[in-house]
Design a protein around this ligand. Structure first.
Ligand code: ASP
Length: 342
């Protein structure tokens, strides 16, 4: 008898399981058992599926680090009982959650696949069935007794991506996600094709370590022409703030005016960790390539390389919670921990 993988489906909410409220007409999350009744096809899959649901399923706009802890705790407690995990999640913040979980789950040697949909499962034209069924198949893939995918992935519209490389790019197309700086780990067509050269692989003997309680004293600042001194100074002086991700222009460029650089310097002097990521949807920060980024490099701004904003902010929350020493922080941030940067 071929091996039957055991999959745990974790339902957090999202459009996939929503129904229209009769009174307001707005979409809201509903009870998980009804969701499964709507997908009888799941019974045909060649794996054993158990399910667990948030008591109050959420629209993913309400996701936060405490709820990431909840997902991580479920995976931690059930880690040895299952071959893979599929997390049903709203698409709006799915890239943040997939990124966060990638950092929280150290030594992960099993698949944790995030998926959801743009239309509810009950809708005639829904994308939910394909996304859910293929995500489960991806999580079930085994080779020589080991899971083929050994990391946090995001499956949507025929593609499996590394979760911490993704970003949501469209609020209405079924093709809602992209991974601008890393190719898909797998593509689903007539065949399910996995590029095994692209995935992370773990030494199975290393124990899963789960990091919780991320530090939320962080901020994302998107630069724009016209940003002024009082705004910059107010941000640099936010009480308790420990880290900022700055979305700069192009290859990591920013204004060269004295007041701007002095504000950043003040932030660094008070101990802020400031990460430079590009606000372009693809490509990498390269401080020093232009004159408009040389000073950033000189004052010790951290290079985010080609990391997404979603991965940068969650990596910042993770490393701050780990109490990494100030001297090592820049080096560790600039190192790829879970394949999140090149
Ligand atoms: N607003 C929904 C959510 O993120 C959208 C979706 O599920 O795609 O929960």
């Amino acid at each position: 008898m071929p091996y039957k993988a055991k999959i745990l489906l974790i339902y957090t909410g999202g459009t996939i399981g929503m129904m229209k409220d009769f009174e307001t007409g707005a979409l809201k999350a509903f009870n998980f058992s009804k969701l499964l009744q709507r997908i009888p096809e799941l019974k045909q899959l060649d794996c054993d599926i158990d399910t667990v649901s948030f008591d109050d399923p959420i629209d993913s706009s309400n996701i936060n680090p405490e709820k990431w802890d909840k997902i991580a705790t479920i995976i931690e407690e059930k880690y040895t009982d299952y071959d893979g995990f599929v997390v049903l999640h709203g698409s709006d913040t799915m890239s943040y959650s997939a990124s966060a979980l990638s950092f929280m789950l150290e030594n992960l040697a099993k698949p944790v696949i995030f998926t959801g949909s743009q239309l509810p499962i009950g809708d005639l034209r829904t994308d939910a069935k394909e996304n859910l069924i293929t995500a489960i198949q991806v999580a079930s893939l085994q080779s020589k007794g080991k899971p083929v995918i050994q990391e946090v992935g995001l499956y949507f519209e025929y593609k499996l991506y590394r979760g911490n490389r993704t970003t949501k790019i469209n609020a209405e197309h079924f093709n809602a996600f992209t991974s601008p700086n890393y190719p898909p780990l797998a593509e689903s067509g007539v065949h399910l094709k996995v590029d095994t050269n692209l995935g992370l692989s773990q030494n199975n003997s290393k124990k899963l370590i789960v990091h919780k309680n991320l530090d939320t004293n962080v901020f994302v600042l998107k630069l724009f022409p016209g940003i002024n001194q009082s705004v910059m100074s107010a941000i640099m002086n936010i009480p308790q703030l420990k880290g900022i991700v700055i979305e700069t222009y192009g290859a990591g460029n920013a204004p060269t005016e004295d007041w701007f650089l002095e504000a950043l310097q003040q932030g660094i002097d008070r101990g802020l960790h400031i990460v430079n990521v590009t606000q372009c949807s693809g490509g990498s920060v390269n401080m020093g390539q232009y004159e408009t980024s040389t000073s950033l490099k000189k004052i010790g701004i951290i290079s985010g390389s080609d990391i997404t904003t979603e991965a940068a902010i969650t990596k910042l929350m993770y490393l701050l919670a780990e109490n990494v020493s100030p001297n090592a922080f820049k080096t560790i941030f600039e190192t790829s921990l879970r394949g999140e940067l090149t």
